[in-house]
Design a binder for this molecule. Structure first.
Ligand SMILES: [Fe+2]
Length: 458
């Protein structure tokens, strides 16, 4: 009997130990080892075993935790690296860009190619009633997404996505998940069908306000971590700076073009006025008809022969056409008089150089036209008129005019004499080469006829 009682008691004790062991194992499975209390006499082995298992579980847990931290750090680094790569490539594109559309296309392409995102697009904020966001550039798989969907920057359902909110608030908007984010309802189906899982809206903030937004769609949920967002914000700021710079440059170029156009019109008007003056002189004085034009031909040829700048040559051409303008102050009968002029008549004719200067002196030309007109009868040895200037006191243009004028006048018919001919004219220039005329100008003129077959046409 006693034996039986002892056996039952032993069985009960064993059952209790088994139940306790089972409880330890269950707790270990459920991970609640720390909360387990194992006690009682004779349980030392279980306690030791339990401690061992607890240590092992702790080590395993710690290791898993380290591995997970490492994996998270690697992913964060990978994301930051791709954002950094994108930023670097985009900055290069910013430096190279020559037009705004080209810049926007490049940035969208680089964001997708370097950053590994699904699709990037830039939308500008229109000031219309609906506050439309107008896509202006995109790259990546889009499949009609931007044309089929509507985007606004108003505080309405179509304006509460990352793009519209970024523009409206001027702050970056991260959409962690197209599937679960309630604000993304209007675009959810279209986005998921194209594989977009998350997105980010980056405002393009300029000094004048927010121009629009750069929106990037990613193929995985929760694709943008903190470091990546910071770098992409920097990219959006750089892009805005690029847009502003190109717009400023385009404005400056446009103004410059308009200015050039205005200047061209003014220049043309000025030249037309000079030609009108020349025509007036020639209509009144038929004997010198064509004289000024032919003097111009020779004067230009001499100027080119001397290697003068194009602008200076053009000035000489213009001044030649009006160099005898002052003759309108000389009575027509004196100009047309066939015989020798009296001293007074000669004085009146000679006054035409000063008279021409007086007419032209107050008009602002880009060339010293009035002075050249006054000096075209001066001679380098001081024998000319009206001032008797010498050498370098006479403008080079006037020294050229003097030679061209004499050659043309001698070669042509005059009321008081027949044409003397080119040969006589060139002999006169050669004779006066070291006295009346500038030697370099005289030589150039002689070379033109002797070697370069210059001839007055018409
Ligand atoms: Fe003259």
């Amino acid at each position: 009997m006693n034996d039986k009682k002892e056996l039952l008691a032993e069985n009960a004790a064993l059952r209790l130990r088994l139940e306790e062991t089972q409880a330890v194992l269950d707790s270990m499975r459920s991970g609640a080892i720390d909360a387990l209390v194992v006690g009682g006499p004779g349980n030392e082995q279980i306690i030791a075993l339990t401690e061992e298992l607890k240590q092992s579980a702790r080590s395993r847990h710690a290791m898993l935790s380290v591995l997970e931290d490492q994996k998270r750090a690697e992913q964060a680094l990978k994301r930051a690296n791709r954002a950094l790569r994108t930023l670097s490539a985009c900055n290069e594109a910013l430096v190279r860009a020559v037009s705004e559309p080209e810049l926007l296309d490049s940035i969208c392409r680089l964001v997708v190619e370097k950053g590994g995102y699904s699709m990037a697009w830039v939308g500008f904020a229109d000031p219309d009633l609906e506050k439309t966001v107008r896509p202006v550039a995109q790259y990546g798989y889009e499949g009609g997404y931007l044309t089929a969907s509507k985007f606004s920057w108003a505080d309405t359902e179509l304006g509460r996505g990352p793009t519209g909110t970024a523009i409206r608030t001027g702050s970056v908007q991260v959409n962690r998940n197209f599937l679960t984010n309630p604000a993304l309802a209007p675009w959810r189906e279209a986005a998921l069908r194209r594989g977009y899982q998350s997105s980010i809206g980056l405002p393009l903030k300029s000094a004048m306000g927010t121009l629009g937004a750069l929106t990037i769609n990613a193929p995985e949920p929760d694709a943008f971590n903190e470091a990546e967002v910071t770098l992409l914000q920097e990219l959006a700021a750089d892009l805005t700076f690029g847009i502003e710079t190109l717009r400023t440059r385009a404005d400056r170029d446009r103004i410059s073009q308009e200015h050039l156009h205005d200047t061209e019109i003014l220049r043309q008007s000025l030249e037309d006025s000079i030609k009108a003056i020349a025509d007036t002189v020639e209509m009144r004085d038929p004997y010198t008809a064509g004289h000024q034009r032919r003097v111009g031909l020779l004067a230009v040829a001499i100027a080119k022969e001397l290697g003068l700048a194009e602008q200076q040559v053009h000035g000489i051409e213009l001044v030649a056409t009006v160099h005898d303008l002052g003759k309108i102050s000389v009575p027509a009968e004196i100009l047309a008089k066939p015989g020798k002029l009296s001293n007074i008549e000669m004085m009146l004719v000679r006054n035409h150089a000063q008279a021409g200067y007086e007419i032209l002196k107050d008009i602002k030309f880009p060339w010293p036209i009035a002075t050249v007109v006054r000096q075209h009868h001066e001679r380098v040895d001081g024998s000319g008129y009206p001032l008797g200037l010498k050498g370098d006191q006479i403008l080079l243009e006037s020294r050229i005019m003097a030679v061209a004028d004499v050659v043309e006048a001698m070669a042509s018919h005059r009321p008081y004499r027949p044409a003397l001919g080119i040969d006589a004219a060139l002999k006169e220039i050669e004779r006066g080469r070291d006295t009346a005329y500038d030697p370099a100008v005289a030589d150039a003129c002689i070379r033109l006829f002797a070697e370069k077959r210059f001839a007055f046409s018409g």
